[in-house]
Design a protein around this ligand. Structure first.
Ligand SMILES: *[C@@H]1O[C@H](CO)[C@@H](O)[C@H](O)[C@H]1NC(C)=O
Ligand SMILES: *[C@@H]1O[C@H](CO)[C@@H](O)[C@H](O)[C@H]1NC(C)=O
Ligand SMILES: *[C@@H]1O[C@H](CO)[C@@H](O)[C@H](O)[C@H]1NC(C)=O
Ligand SMILES: *[C@@H]1O[C@H](CO)[C@@H](O)[C@H](O)[C@H]1NC(C)=O
Length: 341
């Protein structure tokens, strides 16, 4: 029993000293509770009970203990209040944290929404970029094709140019050839003319000219009041056809020296017989013979003439003269080319 009481007393003493310490530290800094052992209170209750100051009387001890206890309760209350206020602060802080959290949630949702929207717009942009890429590729292909086409066109134009150049060169060549050929043709024409001329000359040199014709079978011709061209109508020889029985004219086919002769016959008893030779309208010979008998009479002459091409010769019966011919060939006109000139 004694041991139990002294143990309680010891506990109260212990609490009292601790409460005193707490009170002493109120308003100052709070000391940690482990200051208890620093009081160097002996831990064995049996060895320390006799040395305690609180064992003199029983009643004042209880009051003291009560006071100590009240103090302790006060301390506890204070502590409780302190704890309450700290709890309230913590609650407020928790509320704030909650608010913050909800705000954060809201902004997170908004962020999510923004993110989704951004993703959407990014996808759209990506799609657009893809489309643009495609279009770009197509455009590139187009550009390549057009470039290729342009290059091909340029090449073709170049080819055309060179072909044109070639054609122009050829045309120049052809023109030159043409000019050369024209010159050649001119030269050939000249040579041909020369050759033709020489050929003509040769032909003319080898020309054969000889004619012989008698006047008529119908007896007397004349007399007439005017000089009349004699047309020797019986043509026996006419090599080269230079004599025309239709006109009575001889025309020189080539330049040269010619021999001509004529014989005319008179048969009337009274009158005269005659003949006149003309060269290009100019009289060369004018021969007459008076006639007193009816016997045949003849008048004959010959000329050698240098004639140019186209020179003409013919015989004329002078006015009031008469001549004669029949099948016996009394009156004749003949000529031939002696040689060329
Ligand atoms: C969401 O986007 C809107 C406009 O697009 C902007 O005003 C807002 O600040 C954005 N929100 C966040 C949290 O970035
Ligand atoms: C480009 O050219 C190629 C052949 O040269 C052809 O097959 C293709 O169709 C062309 N593309 C366009 C867009 O013209
Ligand atoms: C040759 O005779 C023809 C007519 O038959 C004439 O035109 C030409 O001038 C003559 N040529 C020469 C070289 O005499
Ligand atoms: C007249 O001349 C021609 C040609 O020479 C001749 O054939 C004819 O026999 C001549 N007449 C007479 C009667 O000789």
């Amino acid at each position: 029993m004694r041991a139990g009481l002294s143990s309680l007393f010891f506990m109260l003493c212990l609490l009292g000293s601790w409460a005193l310490e707490v009170r002493a530290s109120e308003g100052g800094e709070t000391k940690p509770h482990n200051s208890l052992p620093n009081k160097k209170q002996p831990l064995d209750p049996y060895t320390t009970a006799d040395q305690s100051n609180c064992k003199t009387s029983n009643n004042p001890d209880i009051w003291e203990e009560m006071t100590v206890l009240r103090d302790m309760v006060m301390v506890q209350k204070m502590e409780l209040l302190n704890m309450e206020s700290r709890l309230r602060v913590t609650e407020i802080q928790a509320d704030e944290q909650k608010l913050d959290l909800s705000l954060t949630k809201t902004s997170l949702e908004e962020l999510k929404r923004n993110y989704t929207a951004m993703e959407e717009s990014l996808r759209t942009s990506e799609k657009q970029v893809e489309e643009l890429k495609k279009v770009n590729m197509e455009l590139r292909v187009d550009l390549k094709n057009q470039t290729a086409e342009l290059l091909s066109l340029e090449a073709r134009v170049a080819v055309g140019d060179s072909e044109l150049q070639l054609v122009m060169c050829k045309m120049d060549d052809l023109q030159a050839q043409n000019t050369a050929q024209e010159a050649e043709v001119t030269s050939l024409t000249g040579r041909m003319n020369t050759i033709e001329h020489r050929l003509d000359s040769l032909i003319n040199v080898s020309a054969k000219v000889a004619f012989y014709a008698a006047l008529t079978n119908s007896a007397g011709v004349g007399p007439y009041n005017t000089a009349t061209v004699l047309k020797f109508s019986k043509v026996f020889t006419n090599v080269g056809n230079s004599y025309s029985p239709r006109t009575g004219y001889f025309t020189a086919p080539v330049k040269g020296v010619y021999y001509f002769r004529f014989t005319i016959c008179g048969h009337t008893s009274d009158g005269s017989m005659g003949v006149q030779l003309f060269h290009n309208g100019k009289s060369i010979v004018f021969n007459l013979q008076s006639k007193y008998t009816s016997a045949f009479q003849y008048l004959s002459n010959a000329v050698i003439l240098e004639l140019n091409v186209g020179d003409e010769l013919h015989l004329v019966l002078p006015e009031q003269n008469a001549i004669y011919d029949n099948v016996n060939n009394h009156s004749t006109f003949s000529g031939f080319l002696l040689f060329n000139m």
